[in-house]
Design a binder for this molecule. Structure first.
Ligand code: BTN
Length: 325
């Protein structure tokens, strides 16, 4: 999403009324023609924007039950949620967050949507993000960390989420390196971390998080029905998405602060304790092909350590675990 697109959506959202192309242009620093072209693109991407001749444009939201002000009031965090951008429907919260981060949104900003029309997962996969079923959000992080930090940030977020699910709902969540959270082998949460660099330095990281909260088995598309689960399926009714968001944000912040102050090695013991892979024979797809071995450790930079039959160790910095056991 371009900066102008984000500005148009944020302005329309904030006003809640019809806004003329001229007024939008003034607010967003664009010509009325540019505004009209942006609105056309946004409609193609799934935003519902009404136009009334003479009155202008109005954004129609899809049941925005997650309210930014309410979330802010309930959060006791100091970094995460420093700014909250809550949307009805977007393409991908990661794209909106990237545009906002480029525009100067601060460390900890939260971008959340009821629904994503182009939610994406790792390795170009689609992330099913229907309205009101889950939490689809992205955190903008601008940490003082090395360029390789995106793996450790993903793992820190996964640790926070797994801990929150366990402590708040008694769900025995496990972390599947590098960035899935599973319950009894089924995926409850996926994380897509995208980093942007300035030269060789890390400029910002967007940690995109999808948590299945309220959906039942029948709500998942058939291709993932056997491998996905939700908080409601594991812990029963009674929680709202805002409850889950608050619990998860607070737990992620604890790990984010710990990571920044003490380094990744401080998180390692807890991560290994919740790992679904360590101690298992695994097959990992990497850029260099399929690698098999026993997962024995996660090193200080977040890499997975495999032990081969001959006792040799191999370090895997990025990959997709395709088989366990
Ligand atoms: C994966 O399991 O492959 C990662 C899934 C990440 C999904 C989240 S939902 C919020 C954010 N926006 C996206 O488009 N993707 C992430």
């Amino acid at each position: 999403m371009s900066r102008l697109e984000v500005a148009v959506v944020v302005s329309l959202r904030g006003s809640g009324r019809y806004v003329t192309g001229e007024e939008l242009g003034r607010i967003c620093g664009a010509t009325p023609g540019e505004v009209r072209a942006v609105v056309r693109d946004l409609v193609k991407r799934g935003y519902t924007i009404d136009e009334v001749p003479g009155e202008g444009f109005r954004l129609k939201e899809t049941s925005p039950t997650l309210d930014g002000a309410d979330i802010r009031a309930r959060l006791s965090t100091t970094i995460l949620g420093s700014e909250i951008f809550a949307f009805g429907r977007v393409g991908s919260t990661n794209d909106v967050a990237t545009a906002l981060a480029r525009g100067g949104a601060p460390d900890g900003s939260l971008v959340i949507a009821e629904e994503q029309t182009k939610g994406r997962g790792r390795l170009g996969r689609r992330w099913h993000s229907p309205p009101s079923a889950g939490l689809w959000f992205s955190l903008i992080l601008k940490p003082d960390l090395s360029p390789e930090a995106s793996t450790t940030l993903s793992l820190a977020a996964a640790l926070g989420i797994a801990t929150a699910l366990d402590e708040a709902y008694g769900i025995p969540a496990r972390i599947k390196w590098p960035n899935d959270v599973l319950v009894h082998g089924r995926k409850i949460c996926g994380i897509l971390t995208e980093a942007e660099f300035l030269g060789r330095a890390l400029n910002f990281v967007v940690v995109g998080i999808g948590i299945n909260v309220l959906g039942g088995e029948a709500d998942f598309p058939s291709e993932i029905r056997d491998i996905a689960t939700s908080i409601r399926m594991e812990a029963g009714d009674g929680m709202t998405r805002s409850d889950v968001l608050v619990a998860v944000m607070e737990a992620i912040e604890r790990e984010y602060v710990r990571l920044g102050k003490r380094g990744f090695s401080e998180l390692k013991g807890d991560l290994l304790g919740k790992s679904s892979l360590v101690g298992e024979m695994v097959r990992v797809h990497t850029g260099g092909g399929l690698i098999e071995g026993m997962a024995v450790d996660i090193d200080d930079r977040g890499a997975l350590i495999l032990r081969h039959d001959d006792g040799s160790l191999e370090r895997i910095l990025a990959g997709d675990v395709v088989g366990v056991g």
